[in-house]
Design a protein around this ligand. Structure first.
Ligand code: OSB
Ligand code: MG
Length: 364
């Protein structure tokens, strides 16, 4: 079924540098996977960042794993149902696997005419979206940025926090926007000893606090949850269906951020969604500064019924001057779910040519 696989690196400068507790991104250096079959093609985007600072995976490593260990296992796959089994022998590398799965799924869905949203069980035509705002140079700069996003119509705002940049930015934004749905993300920058400092956020009516402690610290999160009024949501700690169930049942989180890349693909992401719905745990769709390719897939995922909180799914213009696909645009605080076959979007050939930094074609 799969005749060739193209691995393509693209570099998209960000409109605003994105600063977090783990570093600052100024360019999105992304890896695209294109699967070619006799009758069609499919696209996937690997969400690994340039450096292993958010997750152990990083884009150069993912490219090597895909080219050397995953693609050789694809040649025997006849149907996407066989994909997970074919890749299972390779340990770890969920972001690499997710990109390959998405490209194969897209190719197959394009062949059948069905949209990804429909295939995953989506029920919405448009999804509510929020915006993730990086650590700013000053409180004034942050308040101005948030002002702009609120004026654009985003339905909730997430502030990146770290020790020393938490209560003051939250207070500044909350004073200006008393009714704005607001949440924070620490990317694991705190320790359980900081519980008192984090409890100082309880007075600001936050929807949630995302990943306050380290990725592997479920016990710490469960203990912290007992000391905070603000619900804990996990991002980095949720790496599979099993870890999601464990996190929920151990009291480590009350809300789950679902990122398909982090859990090995859109099919595993859907299983986590189902497990959360069964347990009445709200979920929302996380983001990794995706181009229009990954964004299309995320919007499709977010159209499932359990995604009841706005996702980190912003308009193309929030990230890039020029996206790879036709731009995703905000319509009253929502993004429309693509309806065409597969992802329902295509990279624009001239953009692809402009933004590509390397291409490699692999054949059996
Ligand atoms: O922790 O949610 C995160 C971006 C890159 C890596 C990790 C995270 C993020 C974001 C941005 O918060 C979400 C987006 O794509 O808008
Ligand atoms: Mg996060």
């Amino acid at each position: 079924m799969i005749e060739a696989v193209e691995l393509r690196r693209v570099a998209l400068p960000l409109v605003v540098p994105f600063r977090t507790s783990f570093g600052t991104q100024t360019v999105r250096d992304a890896l695209l996977v294109r699967v070619l079959t006799p009758s069609t093609e499919g696209w996937g985007e690997c969400v690994a960042l340039s450096e292993p600072l958010y997750s152990a995976e990083f884009v150069d490593g993912a490219e090597l794993v895909i080219g050397r260990h995953l693609v050789p296992r694809l040649w025997a796959v006849e149907h996407p149902g066989e994909l997970a089994g074919a890749l299972r022998a390779v340990k770890g590398h969920p972001m690499a696997k997710a990109a390959v799965e998405l490209a194969a799924l897209d190719a197959w869905l394009r062949g059948t005419g069905k949209s990804l949203a429909c295939h995953l069980g989506g029920v919405r035509e448009a999804v509510d979206v929020g915006v993730s705002v990086g650590i700013a140079g000053s409180l004034g700069e942050l308040v101005d940025q948030v002002e702009g996003y609120v004026a654009d119509g985003y339905r909730r705002v997430k502030l990146k926090i770290e020790p020393g940049w938490d209560v003051a930015p939250v207070r500044a934004v909350r004073e200006r926007h008393p009714d704005l749905p607001l949440q924070v993300d620490a990317n694991g920058a705190y320790r359980l000893e900081d519980a008192t400092a984090l409890a100082a956020l309880d007075g600001f009516e936050l929807l949630l606090i995302e990943q306050p402690l380290a990725e592997d610290d479920l016990r710490g999160h469960a203990e912290l949850a007992r000391r905070l009024a603000t619900p804990i949501c996990l991002d980095e700690s949720i790496t599979s269906l099993g870890s999601a169930v464990e996190a929920i049942e151990s009291g480590a989180c009350a809300i789950v951020n679902i990122k398909a890349g982090r859990v090995g693909g859109y099919l595993e992401a859907t299983r986590i969604h189902d497990a959360c719905v069964e347990r009445s745990v709200p979920v929302w769709c996380g983001g990794m500064l995706e181009t229009g390719i990954g964004r299309a897939a995320n919007v499709a995922l977010a159209s499932l019924p359990g995604f009841t909180l706005p996702g980190d799914l912003s308009a193309s213009s929030r990230y890039f001057h020029a996206d790879l696909t036709a731009p995703f645009e905000l319509e009253e605080g929502r993004l429309r779910v693509p309806e065409g076959p597969g992802l329902g979007v295509d990279p624009r050939p001239e953009r692809l040519a402009e933004l590509t930094t390397s291409v490699e074609l692999l054949r059996p």
